[in-house]
Design a protein around this ligand. Structure first.
Ligand code: HEC
Length: 156
């Protein structure tokens, strides 16, 4: 349904900005599990990325990762490695790929895929015990991912 309205929007406005967005099913991985091209076609904003990472209803990265630069947010988890220096350890493509679907790099990881809409065991539709209908939204939008990548690149 979403794809149809997106296609419609592109058709109607011929819109460069809309057309440039890469949908969750269209992401191209390189052989290392990285993703070279911006998902939104726009540069990321590191300040917004920091908010996405610290916000529970968004990335909630701090639930699993300690990040010194986000120490205003209490209770960082230790499930995943500390992210200080992530911008030195990884390049932009690798970080983007890791956020889209970390299973391309770390098989069987508990880290969620933030830009995937299928291939899950579907969660039940609010207590009915029936699988939810239709496509699930990705956990983060294309621009959220770009913002988080931009923030991670500042962690030197
Ligand atoms: C449920 C826990 C969990 C959440 C939530 C989570 N991660 Fe991870 N992450 C992991 C684990 C575990 C690893 C280590 C990979 C492995 O071996 O499974 C990892 C690995 C990473 C790495 C590579 C580690 C390194 O050396 O720097 C980065 C970068 C990363 N995560 C970023 C993020 C970001 C950004 C978010 C939020 C958008 C996030 N993670 C959310 C668990 C999590």
């Amino acid at each position: 349904m979403k794809l149809t309205s997106l296609t419609l929007a592109v058709a109607m406005f011929g819109g460069a900005a809309v057309a440039a967005e890469v949908g969750p099913r269209e992401v191209q991985f390189n052989e290392d599990g990285g993703v070279e091209a911006s998902l939104s076609g726009m540069p990321g904003d590191p300040a917004k990325g920091a908010v996405v990472m610290a916000t529970k209803s968004m990335g909630n990265c701090v639930a699993c990762h300690a990040v010194t630069a986000l120490s205003d947010t209490p209770f960082h988890g230790e499930v995943g490695p500390e992210l200080d220096g992530a911008g030195d350890r990884w390049d932009e493509a690798a970080l983007r790929g890791l956020l889209v679907n970390p299973k391309m790099m770390f098989e069987g990881t508990v880290m969620p895929a933030f830009y995937v809409i299928d291939g899950f065991t579907r969660p039940g539709d609010a207590y009915t015990g029936k699988a939810a209908q239709g496509d699930l939204d990705p956990l983060l939008s294309a621009q959220d991912i770009e913002d988080v990548v931009a923030f991670l690149m500042t962690l030197k």
